[in-house]
Design a binder for this molecule. Structure first.
Ligand code: 5BU
Length: 427
């Protein structure tokens, strides 16, 4: 706190702690800064001087208020009121923790600046990123803080009564609440940045078989996507020059490169599949799909490769498939979710049909989207953008042929992107 006071170059003559918890802190700070301290009594003495403020002071001088935890700011205002009655000036408060429950706003109204060492948001960010508490717990805590905050509590403000809002599912999925949770994961931070910057939650599956055609398609639609999904093993002339051009396009248009490799083997083989062979996926793809069928060890292997600091930053676990008769039933999805919950540093989200979880830390990607057709006759099942996002609760739509085989892929990509993004935002 002493460092913060020096860093902010706060102007003060006296140090004053808010009774009682902050008094030892104020004493140490006053000693460290070699500044005089005043004490505000909670009650005026019934005997002797009957003064509320103890210490030696001159009117017109400045007090720096010290507090441990700021909730509503009420006890700070009480202290300041007593100091002002003595002709002292109070403009700055230093606290250890700002619980973000309306205190800053209340103090600001009185022309008082609050400087805090840490905020509740910073603490919760840290606890979630260090896996000390779950994202669900964080949301519960935030809802509790919000419901008891000064800003939201039923109070007569300007003659109007504000009502106390309760936590709704929408709050959990609100981008403000969700952003810091998603940003704990490097891949999701990247995807979210592109999504919000370009206003798109469209991933296009470019399932062409020659590199020239793929690059041309990406060049034309790159501005409307947050990710480009490829099946590298269907590209006849896949080579390093393709990787180089793809990487250049991804930087230029700002999208994530997604290799839909659907890894499903034992750990050692998976590591080799990611790093060797003609595809050496981890060198150019930012995200790869993984089947949960081999069980948790597959995720450890993917993590081993992610840790090597290649292009690969995360993986998507396949919770359910879009093909007719897929064996990925509710029980399978639930087990995939359990695997992901134990490996959040590897799993950034899911490939799913219906969102398998209400955990907003993950991103939910869904294939099987086509506005014009419901099947391709080969087992694929398509549904509308609205069903994919609103009904099924997904974040990102993966669209292939509806765009790539349309008369005008650029127009269709633009249209899918704007419709999907509007639905996502309004959810
Ligand atoms: P389509 O042309 O929109 O059907 O392309 C969908 C893409 O998503 C295609 O590359 C599939 O391999 C991929 N996909 C899928 O369709 N369904 C799934 O369950 C999974 C991936 Br997992």
């Amino acid at each position: 706190m002493t460092d913060l006071i020096n860093k902010k170059e706060i102007d003060y003559d006296y140090i004053v702690g808010v009774p009682y918890a902050a008094l030892p802190m104020a004493t140490l700070i006053s000693s460290n800064l070699e500044a005089p301290m005043l004490i505000k009594r909670k009650e005026a003495k019934a005997y002797g001087t009957k003064k509320l403020i103890e210490g030696s002071y001159e009117t017109g001088k400045k007090c720096l208020i010290i507090e441990d935890v700021v909730t509503s700011g009420a006890s700070i205002l009480e202290t300041i009121e007593a100091l002002k009655l003595e002709g002292l000036i109070c403009e700055d408060v230093i606290c250890a923790l700002n619980r973000e429950q309306g205190g800053v706003e209340r103090l600001e109204k009185e022309g008082i600046r609050l400087h805090s060492l840490v905020s509740m948001t910073e603490i919760l960010n840290y606890l979630v990123s260090s896996d000390t508490i779950s994202a669900d717990r964080r949301i519960e805590i935030e809802a509790m803080l919000k419901n008891t905050s000064l800003a939201n509590s039923p109070t007569k403000a300007n003659g109007a009564t504000k009502t106390n809002g309760t936590k709704s599912t929408n709050d959990l999925w609100n981008l403000e609440t969700r952003k810091p949770l998603l940003e704990c994961n490097p891949l999701n931070a990247m995807v979210l940045k592109y999504m919000t910057l370009k206003k798109t939650n469209l991933c296009v599956a470019v399932d062409e078989t020659n590199k020239e055609k793929i690059l041309q398609t990406i060049q034309s639609i790159g501005g409307y996507v947050c990710a480009i999904k490829l099946h590298a093993d269907i590209i006849d002339d896949f080579d390093q020059s393709f990787i180089d051009e793809l990487t250049t396009l991804s930087k230029h248009h700002q999208f994530v490169i997604f290799a839909d490799r659907k890894l499903a083997d034992t750990g050692n083989t998976v590591e080799l599949q990611l790093t060797h062979g003609s595809l050496h996926i981890a060198d150019w793809a930012n995200v790869v799909t993984v089947h949960s069928v081999p069980g948790p060890p597959i995720l450890q292997s993917v993590l081993n490769i992610i840790k090597q600091n290649k292009a690969l930053k995360g993986s998507l676990l396949i919770a359910s498939l879009s093909s007719k008769g897929a064996l990925t039933d509710a029980e399978y999805s639930k087990k995939s979710l359990e695997m992901a919950n134990d490996a959040k540093n590897v799993v950034s989200g899911f490939i799913c049909q219906k969102r398998p979880s209400d955990n907003p830390e993950f991103l939910y990607w869904t294939p099987g989207v086509n506005e014009l057709k419901s099947t391709d006759g080969l087992g694929q099942q398509w549904r509308s953008i609205e069903d994919a996002i609103k009904r099924d609760g997904n974040d990102i739509i993966i669209v292939g042929r509806a765009i790539t085989q349309s008369q005008n892929p650029v127009e269709v990509a633009r249209d899918y992107a704007s419709r999907a993004f509007e639905l996502w935002k309004s959810r």
